[in-house]
Write a protein that binds this ligand. Structure first.
Ligand code: GRF
Length: 219
């Protein structure tokens, strides 16, 4: 059984999608704990309702980023995760933390990286007038929204799109690609070579993984 620790800050819809996918596919993956840096994150309730252990590590209780990340690393080490999943965890992580969990730390970013790093990615996409947008699952490095790419999904941008409509279209794809990319990484189907992800085609268990997904309107 592969062990996951999931870090959240808010809503937790990616956490929910991950838990559902694990159950639906019967993957040999167990979420051992969910840690939130915000005591009121709604995602904590999602975890509790599914019987997952939760912890709150409030960043405001720590003197600085370094102290918070050190405490977080300590908590995670006790959970012995094979992979640490960032699921809407709205904190920058120190280089030390990223190095300690190198190739064991994964994130989903709501844009087609390397375009639109940082916050308000859907607004950035609308401002740029792009015709396609999407999301990216990547291993985390010390550089913001950067690292070897496991999977991406592409959605159309419509002329009359609002930030909300575009965000919802992307989020639906996030929920599809994140669980499968996580499962594929844990199954050993994916490996890293010279900072790129190689898809070996099969791993220890089937995942249905595809590195590139298209929104149904584009297919
Ligand atoms: C998602 O859009 C994700 O891409 C970004 O933060 C958001 C988290 O949403 N990193 P949720 O908490 O998983 O619902």
């Amino acid at each position: 059984m592969k062990r996951l620790s999931v870090l959240i800050s808010g809503r937790g819809s990616n956490l929910d999608a991950l838990l559902s996918a694990i159950q639906r596919h019967g993957w040999p993956i167990s979420v051992v704990a969910v840690i939130s840096n915000r005591p009121n994150a709604p995602g904590l309730e999602i975890a509790r309702a599914k019987g997952i252990a939760t912890e709150v590590l409030d960043h405001r209780q720590f003197a600085d980023r370094k102290a918070f990340d050190a405490a977080l690393a300590q908590r995670l080490e006790t959970q012995r995760p094979d992979l640490v999943v960032l699921a809407g965890f709205m904190r920058l992580l120190t280089a030390e933390f990223c190095a300690r969990f190198r190739n064991r730390l994964v994130n989903i970013h709501p844009s087609l990286l390397p375009a639109f790093k940082g916050l308000e990615t859907h607004q950035q996409a609308l401002d740029a007038g792009v015709r396609v947008h999407g999301c990216t699952v990547h291993l985390v490095t010390a550089e913001l929204d950067h690292g070897p790419i496991l999977a991406q999904a592409v959605v159309p941008v419509h002329p009359d799109d609002t930030v909300e409509a575009l965000a919802a279209r992307v989020l639906k794809m996030e929920h599809e690609i994140y669980p499968m990319a996580i499962a594929a990484w844990l199954s050993g189907q994916l490996m890293i070579q010279e900072d790129r992800i190689i898809n070996r085609g099969e791993g220890a268990f089937p995942t249905g993984f595809m590195p590139c997904r298209l929104h149904p309107d584009l297919a």
